[in-house]
Design a protein around this ligand. Sequence first.
Ligand SMILES: [Fe+2]
Length: 291
Amino acid sequence: MSDTRLHPEVTGFFDPATNTISYVVKDPGSDACAIVDSVMDIDYAAGRISYDHADEIIAYIRDKGLSVEWLIETHVHADHLSAAPYIQGKLGGKLGIGRNITVVQDTFGKVFNEGTEFQRDGSQFDRLFDDGDTYSVGAMECRAIHTPGHTPACMTHVMGDAAFVGDTLFMPDGGSARADFPGGDAGQLYDSIQKVLALPDETRLFMCHDYGPNGRDIRWETTVADEKAHNIHVGGGKTKEEFVKFRTERDAQLDMPKLIIPSLQVNMRGGELPPADEDGKRFLKVPLNGL
Ligand SMILES: [Fe+2]
């Protein structure tokens, strides 16, 4: 079990292009740290990749003298590209994601008509987490909880008194993430949210995204108690039936995320770009009417 009395230092790095928050989580007893959900920059219109956001995190880690033990992906993101391999190449650390990455790879391997060179066994990652698996960041024991619903591979990572929920929850006034991607399920998402809300009330919850609803400033940290009381989609004792009905109706009206096509092709490879052709050029595909 992770020790929820430990209070790791959590630093958030907001990416305004995708409204993603990446985190550096420092073990209170050492200089060890984990990076959760890094972002690689893309100018999709120009087909140009860059690393400003990741470089900011790298500079922070070097400045503080931290050593990276883990690069955690809470799930296969559909709205931003992971910079995990880029950061790993500079700072080391092991790359981990939920075991069901294999399900996601199978689904999108077909969607993008990938050949046999695209492995669908999760081997692009150093560790595939099962529900309840533990690992350590320095002396701090951490725990992965399987929280599917938004996607099949979603995990919530508990590190001391902090939990990184990915897209299982948004801030209380943001509610919850969509559950209509392939392999998503609104009922499963409700059950997964209940798992997060079963953590101690004072647990600090860190969001993967915030969109500043109703014009408020961007925020990414809340608590279990706050979500239970105030979350507009699940707080105040909303039933599973109410949630599933609402979520399903809402999802039917949402457009696809702007970066879903590049994000899936890169993130299902653990953040690596698709392989280069014989001239050394790399391409992303756009499946027509395929999503
Ligand atoms: Fe997501």
